[in-house]
Design a protein around this ligand. Structure first.
Ligand SMILES: [Zn+2]
Length: 81
């Protein structure tokens, strides 16, 4: 087993998950984590990904149906402002 980082628990019991670990696991804000216990070892994993709105045209995050860029293109296509 390899140590990734050492973190201090704050007054409210919160611990910052190292950015390199969040990137590797693609954990983002709103993901629901589960804590497992096996003897004295604690294992953390995502049990449910956050519900992130994704543009239905380009697939980028943002907007409920269309991201800002696709919304602008759509408005130009229909001759709006
Ligand atoms: Zn888009």
């Amino acid at each position: 087993m390899k140590i990734i980082a050492t973190r201090e628990i704050d007054d409210l019991g919160r611990v910052l998950i190292p950015i390199e670990l969040r990137r590797e696991k693609m954990w983002t804000k709103g993901d629901l984590l589960t804590f497992y216990k096996c003897d004295n070892i604690i294992i953390i994993d995502v049990c449910e990904k956050a519900k992130v709105p994704i543009c239905t045209v380009c697939g980028r995050v943002g907007g409920e149906m269309l991201c800002d860029d696709c919304t602008k293109v759509r408005i130009e296509e229909i001759g709006g402002a």
